[in-house]
Design a protein around this ligand. Sequence first.
Ligand code: SAH
Length: 346
Amino acid sequence: MQQLCSFSLEELKAWMEANGEKSFRAGQLFEWVYVKRASSFDAMTNLSVPLREKLRTHFSYPSIKQLRVLESEDKETLKFLWELPDQKRVESVLILSGDRRTVCVSSQVGCPARCAFCASGREGLMRNLSAAEIVEQVVHINLHLAPLGERVSHIVFMGMGEPLENYEAVVKSIQLLHAPEGLNISQRRITVSTVGVVEQIHRLAKEELKVNLVLSLHAPNQHIRKKIIPYARKYPIEEVLLAMDAYFEETKRDITFEYTLLAGINDYRTHAEELAMLLKDKQCTVNLIPYNPVDGLNLRRPEKEKIEEFRAILEERNINTTWRYTKGKDIAAACGQLALQRVPPQ
Ligand code: SAH
């Protein structure tokens, strides 16, 4: 059995032809999944019953099952828990902000990066998600939005996992989410966040689809970065920054650096000054994310004044900053709070 949402329209056409069906059936099928938001094969009423039966024996759709939805108190963040075909679980977050309907997708079960401040990597990597398992997170949330007359407008690869360590499936999922006959989400509205996997950043720069790329920098120098991001040992800060420059050159997309502020670790005045020097000639934005608490970690978020001071130092030195207002903290849906969900013992 293959997962339907890993197939592009072209691949479905080829499948139809190889299986004695007219190729336009592929267009109908694609439309049912991505445009008409069908929740199963049963709903695809302009496909004959025998064809639906045939599809059911070859393809799984849906491949992931919604187990739970939690809504934050302010109703602007929803967290979805999914069960995968092998009973593993992942989460996605829907963020409602003005007209935007942003889905934060997971790309792996667990995460190999094991950053010191993040819940997602505490038990390492369990497995990669398939393209379908990534795409369906968006497809089902889009279905959830249908009764409200709304649709997903933006996608960020900022859920559980390191997207560039699941390169093929992530790129395939981007192509599928972008497909004009389907969800048709523009490449400018798709953002990939990475801990900094140098060779994969270079590879992504050469892809046809130019998505936004965000680097989790989190430190003004290699010494501090190495302490909080194990991947920094393999990929020194200078190489990561050069790869980001190359991505900028190739795609002309502005660069964003994420900087999670951790009290006493990377939040000193001197760190802000050093960071401004490091980024001096770059056309970039620094997105400051005050640390969100993770159970069992002995880390603290800096005081508000400290964050404001850090920001002011960057701004004075002409570095653009944004301050990510933390959303969904009451449902553990904020950055870094998506953790491995275990199946409770029977
Ligand atoms: N693996 C990708 C996606 C991670 S999640 C990456 O490293 O970029 C998105 C962002 O949230 C990353 O910048 C990540 O470092 C940050 N983050 C992780 N844990 C956090 C926490 N507890 N508080 C604030 N931000 C956190």
